[in-house]
Design a protein around this ligand. Structure first.
Ligand SMILES: [Zn+2]
Ligand SMILES: [Zn+2]
Length: 467
C-alpha cells in the first residue's frame, strides 16, 4: 500500500515554477523512502533509486527508465531513453513519517507548517539571545545599542516573541512531518523561559565595555530574515532552492560569529588607519569633506570606498597566499542572502581596515560614515540574494544580484570579474566587467580542491601547509 500525501510542485531547470498541480502527490511505500508522481500523474519517481516508472490507471508499472541528476541538490532532470523528453526539475517531498532533519524536503508553501516553523525557530533563537542579554548585559550587549532600548518595551517584546515562538512551533509540529523547526523554536523558547524569560532583573547601570554583541546578532537575525526570507520566496531566481539549502548552517555560523564579534572587528578595522595614516590627513581637505552635504558626501564616500574595496578584493584574488582566505567566500555553491556572510575573519578585517583608510584620511563626517556602514551591509547582503531582479538599465551603475552572482559563477569566462560592491563603474574602467544577459549556470570554486565543509576547518584552512 502506498501512502499518499499532498504537496509538491513542478519547476523548470532554472527553478521557475511551471505549474502548481492540484493533486500534488508524493508517495512513500515500503522499501521506497520517497517517490513522487510526475507530470500528468502517470510517472512515478523513486528516490534514491533514480528510476522513473510509467504507471497505468491502477498504479501498476508499465515501463521504467533511469533519471539523470542535475541542477540543485534536490533537482533532477527528466530524460527519457530517446533523449530529452521533458526537462523538468521536480522537488520531492521527504518521507512522511515524523522525523527530524536539518534538510527541508517537504513543501514550503503556506499551510505545510514551514512558515510557522521558520518563524518559530527564528523567534526562539532571538528570544533566547535576548534573555541571555538580560542576564549578562555587561558581557553580551553593545553600549551604543543599549542606549537605544527602553527596558519596559524590550521586556514586552521579549515576552511576545517567546509566546509567538511557542505557538508557531506547536502549529508547525502539527502540520509538518519534519519536526526540526518546531523543535528548535520550542526548545529555544523553553530554554529562555527556564532562564527567567522576559522577567530577568537587570541591576544597576551597566557600564562595562562589552566585547561581544549578542544583541547585535539578535537584531541582525530578526531584521535580515524578516526582509530577505520573504523577498527570496516571492522573487526567487531559483525557486527550488530552499531556505535550508546545503551548508546553510555553516553560513549561519559565519553570520553569528561576524555579528557577535562586531566590537572586536570594529576596533581591528578602525585602529590601523588611526595609527598608521594620521600623517596623511590634510586639515583643509578634511574640513572641506566633513562639511559636504550628505547628498554629496555619501555618494563620494561610496565611490572612494568601492575603489579601495575593488583593489583589495582584486588583490585577494591575485596574490596566491591571500587567495585561500577569500576562497572561503567563493566556496558557497548556492547563492542567497546568508551566503554573503561566508567571509573568513582575516578577509573581513583586512578588507574593512583598508577600506576605512581613505574614509579616515579624507575626513568624512560621522553621519556619512554611519550611512555608509548601513548601505554597505545592506548592499553586500542583497547582491548575494536569491532574487531574479536585474535592475536593467541601471545594472551598469549599480551593483546588483546579477552582477555579483557572476562574481561567484563557476564558469571559465567569469573568473576574476566583477570585484566591486556598490557600482560596476570600477570594473568597467579597469577591464574586469562581465555581465552576459543570463544567470550563471553554477556557483562555487572552479576547482573545489581541498576546501573543508565545516566552519572551524574553514577558519584554519588558509593557515594549513600545502603540499
Ligand atoms: Zn571574490
Ligand atoms: Zn560575494
Amino acid at each position: 500500500m502506498m501512502a499518499v500525501k499532498r504537496g509538491w510542485r513542478n519547476v523548470d531547470t532554472n527553478g521557475t515554477r511551471l505549474a502548481t498541480w492540484p493533486p500534488l502527490r508524493t508517495f512513500s511505500a515500503p522499501g521506497v523512502p520517497v517517490a513522487a508522481l510526475l507530470d500528468d500523474g502517470v510517472s512515478l519517481y523513486n528516490y534514491p533509486t533514480g528510476i522513473v516508472s510509467e504507471l497505468d490507471g491502477s498504479g501498476a508499472v508499465v515501463s521504467s527508465m533511469s533519471m539523470e541528476f542535475g541542477g540543485g541538490a534536490r533537482g533532477f532532470n527528466r530524460r527519457g531513453a530517446g533523449g530529452r523528453r521533458a526537462v523538468r526539475t521536480a522537488v520531492w517531498s521527504g518521507t512522511m513519517t515524523p522525523h527530524l532533519s536539518m534538510q527541508t524536503s517537504e513543501p514550503t508553501s503556506f499551510g505545510h507548517g514551514f512558515v510557522s516553523g521558520l518563524l518559530s525557530a527564528i523567534l526562539g533563537i532571538a528570544g533566547l539571545g535576548a534573555v541571555l542579554c538580560l542576564h549578562f548585559p555587561e558581557y553580551l550587549t553593545q553600549a551604543d545599542l543599549r542606549a537605544m532600548y527602553s527596558l519596559g518595551y524590550l521586556r514586552a517584546a521579549i515576552h511576545v516573541t517567546l509566546v509567538a515562538s511557542f505557538l508557531l512551533g506547536t502549529v508547525s509540529a502539527f502540520l509538518r512531518a519534519n519536526k526540526m523547526l518546531a523543535l528548535i523554536g520550542i526548545g529555544f523558547t523553553l530554554a529562555a523561559a527556564l532562564l527567567g524569560g522576559s522577567g530577568v532583573p537587570v541591576e544597576g547601570a551597566v557600564s562595562r565595555r562589552s566585547w561581544l554583541g549578542l544583541d547585535f546578532f539578535v537584531l541582525n537575525l530578526l531584521l535580515y530574515s524578516a526582509v530577505f526570507i520573504p523577498l527570496e520566496r516571492l522573487f526567487a531566481l531559483r525557486a527550488s532552492q530552499h531556505v535550508f539549502r546545503r551548508q546553510w548552517l555553516v553560513d549561519l555560523t559565519y553570520f553569528f560569529v561576524n555579528s557577535l564579534l562586531i566590537e572586536v572587528l570594529a576596533i581591528l578595522t578602525l585602529t590601523p588607519a588611526l595609527i598608521f595614516f594620521d600623517w596623511a590627513r590634510v586639515p583643509w581637505v578634511s574640513a572641506t569633506v566633513a562639511s559636504l552635504p550628505l547628498i554629496l558626501a555619501v555618494p563620494a564616500l561610496l565611490l572612494a570606498a568601492d575603489f579601495t574595496q575593488y583593489w583589495i578584493h582584486r588583490m585577494f584574488h591575485a596574490v596566491p597566499w591571500l587567495w585561500p582566505f577569500h576562497a572561503i567566500h567563493h566556496s558557497a555553491e548556492e547563492m542567497d542572502w546568508l551566503a554573503g556572510s561566508r567571509l573568513h575573519l582575516v578577509d573581513v578585517v583586512v578588507t574593512r581596515g583598508l577600506v576605512y583608510v581613505p574614509i579616515f584620511v579624507l575626513g568624512f563626517s560621522r553621519t556619512a560614515l554611519a550611512l555608509y556602514v548601513f548601505i554597505v551591509a545592506a548592499q553586500a547582503t542583497f547582491i548575494h540574494a536569491n532574487v531574479r531582479w536585474t535592475f536593467r538599465p541601471l545594472h551598469k551603475v549599480l551593483a546588483t544580484p546579477g552582477f555579483h552572482h557572476w562574481h561567484h559563477a563557476a564558469e571559465r569566462d567569469a573568473i576574476d570579474k566583477n570585484f566591486a560592491v556598490h557600482t560596476p563603474i570600477w570594473d568597467i574602467l579597469f577591464g574586469t566587467y562581465y555581465y552576459p544577459d543570463r544567470w550563471p549556470s553554477a556557483y562555487g570554486l572552479h576547482s573545489r580542491g581541498d576546501m573543508p565543509a565545516r566552519w572551524t576547518a574553514q577558519l584554519l584552512y588558509p593557515f594549513r601547509r600545502r603540499r
